[in-house]
Write a protein that binds this ligand. Structure first.
Ligand code: AMP
Ligand code: FE
Ligand code: FE
Ligand code: ZN
Length: 282
């Protein structure tokens, strides 16, 4: 069984449509893929439709933008009830603020001499939950940087960079509770991704475990061996499961779908905790 529990589509900052993502997951030889767009479930219906007859299992999910002690972090949520109002409202709040903040970042980029426009960013984002990777693509189009990841530097869009503007992000203890109350299973995405900026302390992770966190995403491109070993030890101490996943973004990142995977026993344990939705078998 090959299980990849973290992938993005055009519903947020991935470049494959939900149907294309499902086709890519089949082509990659996966048995299970989770669709985890930033702050939205907009891709679920198309992905569920596309999975029919493929033999692939879809885990509907999302990746919620959180912030604690001034540090941005991401919380994966699997198999929650998308209609549960409190969590749905929080996702909506984050998505709405992404528009205000997207405009503000474009304005900053223009002040810094990059000839991009909000209309261009909207064209790139389509109806997806708009984020910095879309603005990064606009900077690539304008010839300011060679690749999307080159836009994530202090000069432009990195956390605290010249053109970075913060968005509303949920307190993660609140987020863990919201996900559980919606019947979902919360997993801390790439907790040690230092290249993205400061990461949270072990104490914060312990607080999240106490609030109901299920697992840490350990096997991830942005974690070196030492970080993985530390996170595995911490998970064991706190009674958390550990997952692995690609965090696939199509052509906006170099990682391949299925490059990192989750142990089948861990997957079964996560599914067993969910009461909000079931995996969709094609
Ligand atoms: P936002 O959600 O708008 O704050 O943008 C965060 C997203 O930017 C993350 O989910 C990643 O997809 C992307 N990102 C963050 N850091 C990098 C990086 N160093 N290189 C490429 N993409 C990045
Ligand atoms: Fe992303
Ligand atoms: Fe993330
Ligand atoms: Zn992600």
């Amino acid at each position: 069984m090959r299980i990849d529990l973290h992938a993005h589509s055009t519903a947020s900052d991935g470049t494959d449509s939900p149907a294309e993502l499902i086709a890519a997951a089949v082509a990659a030889g996966l048995d299970v893929v989770a669709l985890t767009d930033h702050d939205t479930v907009a891709g679920h219906a198309e992905a569920a439709e596309a999975v029919r007859g493929t033999g692939l299992t879809l885990v509907p999910g999302a990746e919620l933008s959180c912030q604690v002690e001034g540090i941005s972090m991401h919380l994966l949520a699997y198999l929650f009830d998308p209609a549960e109002p409190a969590f749905a409202e929080e996702r909506e709040l984050v998505r709405t603020d992404r528009f205000r903040r997207g405009r503000a970042i474009v304005e900053r980029c223009r002040e810094l001499g990059a000839p991009i426009s909000w209309e261009q960013v909207q064209r790139i984002a389509g109806d997806g939950s708009v984020g910095r990777p879309h603005i990064a693509s606009a900077l690539v189009e304008a010839g300011i940087v060679p690749t999307v990841s080159d836009a994530f530097t202090a000069d432009w869009l990195a956390n605290g960079g010249r053109a970075d503007v913060r968005k509303h992000e949920t307190d993660p203890v609140t987020a863990v509770r919201l996900v559980r109350a919606a019947g979902g299973v919360p997993v801390f995405a790439h907790p040690g991704a230092v290249k993205r900026g400061r990461t949270v302390s072990d104490q914060v992770i312990a607080d999240l475990a106490a609030a109901g966190l299920a697992a840490l995403e350990v096997d991830h491109l942005d974690h070196d061996e030492e970080t993985r070993a530390h996170l595995r030890g911490l998970a064991a101490e706190l009674g958390l499961l550990t997952t692995g996943s690609s965090d696939y973004h199509g052509t906006r990142k170099t990682v391949r779908l299925g490059e990192y995977t989750t142990d089948p026993a861990v997957y079964e344990a996560l599914v067993a905790q969910a009461t909000g939705a079931k995996p969709i078998s094609g």
